[in-house]
Ligand binder design. Structure first.
Ligand code: AMP
Length: 113
């Protein structure tokens, strides 16, 4: 989608700090980090949210494998991180291209607001 900011990041039309990339998935640092580790994992293909993305074959396998592999590769502390996707404006979604936040590196409280 031409006006989607995450599609522009995929195309490298706007800069981002990329930590992981394969044929399907891109992971980059969140511009406004809420924790010492705050990455966004996105499918390269444009799909709006967690529900729409069910149309994209195997997309959750690919994203969750990328998350787990990166955490393992970077040797990040596996005791205390969170993966979350805000679905819809009422849940706080502000960019309408599916993404999963990976948050870690500090104590995380629950429930979230
Ligand atoms: P959400 O509010 O769940 O839709 O999350 C969108 C996230 O995208 C927010 O945490 C923003 O800080 C982040 N964000 C927006 N624009 C950029 C950008 N150009 N590069 C990196 N992160 C971004």
């Amino acid at each position: 989608m031409s006006d989607c900011i995450f599609c522009k990041i995929v195309k490298k039309d706007i800069p981002s700090e990329i930590l992981y990339e394969d044929e399907w998935v891109l992971a980059f640092k969140d511009l406004n980090p809420q924790a010492p580790t705050h990455l966004l994992f996105i499918p390269k293909i444009h799909t709006e949210n967690f529900i729409e993305a069910i149309e994209v074959p195997n997309i959750y396998d690919k994203i969750f494998n990328a998350i787990a592999n990166l955490v393992k590769e970077k040797k990040w502390d596996t005791n205390g991180f969170r993966v979350v996707s805000n679905c819809g404006a009422k849940a706080g979604q502000s960019v309408f291209h599916l993404h999963f936040h990976l948050l870690g590196g500090r104590e995380l409280t629950w429930p979230s607001g």
